[in-house]
Design a protein around this ligand. Structure first.
Ligand SMILES: N[C@@H](CCC(=O)N[C@@H](CS)C(=O)NCC(=O)O)C(=O)O
Length: 238
């Protein structure tokens, strides 16, 4: 059985990382059994989670993993046009390389987000074998590192209000692109849905209240899509 290494269930979702949820989504969408296991980013092939172990083949990076799963098991993108592929690529970059940094900055750099994250993250560190008395120190060291990363990337330089504004614009674009379609590219599920649903699920259902979640919840098509994906692929999830 394929092993997917992530951080462990949190926020009532299979994982707090949208990249891990994305891989799990694709596996659910193609109905290939897998186990979600807590991993250690420092031991991961590329120093980040997720990575998978498929009978001894280790593979890192959610997009490379999905390319592998498409070739090895089932390709949900058969028959899509070059334009649809371009649209999917653009949307994936928008979520993974832009909206993702909104999430990271809000959770790790902004105090109100970190207060929520801190409690859950303590559980993740405990599971990773960090002794209780070291957890606050390890947690704030990681926070400092993440703040450096989001400052270097650029998102961390904006005010909380500007970051919300960025997210609202991205969500407006996503909602516009989805329109009233069942799946992102129409009537059939495609690999891009694994990404779109992962990001929406984390925004709509994780306990980060505020303008970003409110805005996502104000878009009936995003809410409907999120509910439909959960109902279709994660019916057995709590
Ligand atoms: N491009 C990678 C991004 C994965 C990623 O950024 N993972 C983050 C969690 S969301 C991570 O492992 N961070 C731990 C670290 O950098 O030490 C993918 O698609 O898998």
């Amino acid at each position: 059985m394929i092993k997917v290494y992530g951080f462990g269930a949190s926020f009532g979702l299979p994982d707090p990382s949208p990249f891990v949820v994305k891989v799990a989504n694709y596996l659910r969408m193609i109905d290939v059994p897998f186990e979600l296991l807590p991993g250690n980013a420092r031991k991961a092939p590329k120093g980040k989670l997720p990575y998978i172990d498929d009978g001894g083949t280790l593979l890192a990076d959610s997009s490379f993993v999905i390319d592998y799963l498409r070739k090895r098991y089932k390709d949900l993108d058969v028959g899509i046009s070059a334009r649809e592929r371009a649209l999917a690529t653009a949307c994936k970059s928008m979520l993974e390389e832009h909206l993702y940094f909104v999430m990271v900055t809000q959770r790790w750099k902004e105090d109100r987000g970190y207060e929520i994250l801190k409690q859950r993250f303590a559980g993740t560190l405990r599971k990773a074998g960090i002794p209780g008395f070291l957890i606050p120190t390890v947690s704030s060291l990681i926070r400092k590192q993440v703040i450096k990363t989001v400052n270097a990337q650029g998102m961390g330089r904006h005010t909380p209000e500007e970051i919300e504004e960025i997210a609202v614009n991205l969500l407006d674009s996503l909602s516009e692109l989805l329109g009233d379609q069942k799946y992102f590219l129409g009537d059939a599920p495609r690999s891009i849905d694994a990404t779109v649903f992962a990001w929406l699920w984390l925004i709509i259902d994780a306990p980060y209240e505020g303008r970003v979640k409110q805005h996502a919840c104000s878009k009936p098509n995003l809410v409907r899509y999120n509910a439909h994906m959960k109902q279709t692929y994660w019916k057995d999830w709590k």
